[in-house]
Design a protein around this ligand. Structure first.
Ligand SMILES: [Zn+2]
Length: 306
């Protein structure tokens, strides 16, 4: 704490030092109180942490000093390229560059991750953060897809796969199964597979409550047997946005989510087809990005090799 008094002995400012970086200041002036949160800008320094996976990436990254939040960011940035749950193994190595802020030689925050090199066996995966805050690969390609294969926050068992020659479970006749069924309990959040516009949100005797979203010119997705619809036709939705609660409406043998991906109006197997990539680093930034990414990659390689 720190305070000042005027000639008459009245309190004029009172400052509470919350941390090296932040302090709350109150100024007292003619019966009014003015409040400001003051921030000290420290020095940004690149800190590299390295580790070798023993039990799990999460555990070793925690030991190396990353926060759960930072680890979650990496795992989700790489979800299309690398599945840490299944593909990371004992002996994998990682080097992660963090931009840390220091004041009086003391770190004042956990910092932002700017680059990671992950060595899974003989495969190197490298990502680098652009000034827009997103991670890209070293060529500046997006790590995201314009569409997700699974429209729920976690994976559910596939109770019926895409199958153009399937025998229908209720009628017994050959009737193509144009989508993938996920065994979601009633009330599971259904998420938009990509950015797009809702073109249908209504009830149908067979499909139950259902939604159709158009994603650009080529693709659309359909979500059937919903319990509750949370969007309406004309709504713009973004990837991962909650659009409905899954259910068991229409002609359905049990609670599930039927999810379809259509390309130029024809159903395709959402679990298998190659999906479009999201936008790369803009071309005017590309050269600078590539140069910085390359430098960061070399520095991390040296740490792993040396
Ligand atoms: Zn189905």
């Amino acid at each position: 704490m720190e305070w000042q008094v005027d000639e008459a002995g009245r309190l004029s400012t009172f400052t509470l030092h919350q941390s090296l970086k932040f302090r709350d200041q109150y100024r007292f002036d003619k019966g009014e109180i003015e409040y400001a949160r003051l921030e000290t800008k420290g020095e940004l320094e690149k800190v590299t942490v390295i580790g070798r996976v023993n039990s799990s990436f999460y555990q070793q990254a925690r030991q190396a000093g990353l926060t759960p939040n930072q680890i979650q960011n990496l795992v989700s940035a790489l979800q299309w390229r690398f599945d840490f749950g299944r593909q990371s193994h004992r002996g994998d190595q990682f080097a992660i560059q963090v931009d840390k802020e220091f004041i009086d030689n003391k770190p004042v925050s956990s910092g932002n991750i700017s680059a990671m090199l992950y060595r899974a066996g003989d495969r190197d995966i490298f990502i680098y953060r652009h000034t827009d805050g997103h991670f890209y690969d070293e060529q500046g390609q997006s790590l995201d897809r314009a569409l997700r294969r699974i429209p729920t926050a976690k994976r559910y068992r596939i109770s019926s796969s895409f199958d153009p020659h399937r025998k229908h479970p209720i009628t017994g006749r050959i009737s193509p199964h144009n989508g993938t069924d996920f065994a979601t309990p009633v009330g599971t959040s259904v998420l938009a597979a990509g950015d797009g516009v809702v073109v249908k949100a209504r009830k149908h005797p067979l499909a139950g409550n259902y939604i159709v979203i158009k994603h650009g010119r080529e693709y659309s997705t359909r979500y059937l047997h919903l319990h509750r619809i949370l969007v309406k036709p004309g709504d713009h939705v973004s990837m991962g946005q909650r659009i409905a609660l899954s259910g068991n409406t229409g002609r359905s043998t049990g609670p599930h989510l039927h999810f379809e991906l259509l390309k130029y109006g024809h159903p395709v197997n959402a679990m298998k087809v190659p999906l479009p990539e999201a936008h790369p680093v803009p071309s005017q930034d590309r050269r600078v990005f590539e140069r910085q990414a390359k430098r960061a990659k070399q520095a991390l390689e040296q740490r792993l090799n040396g």
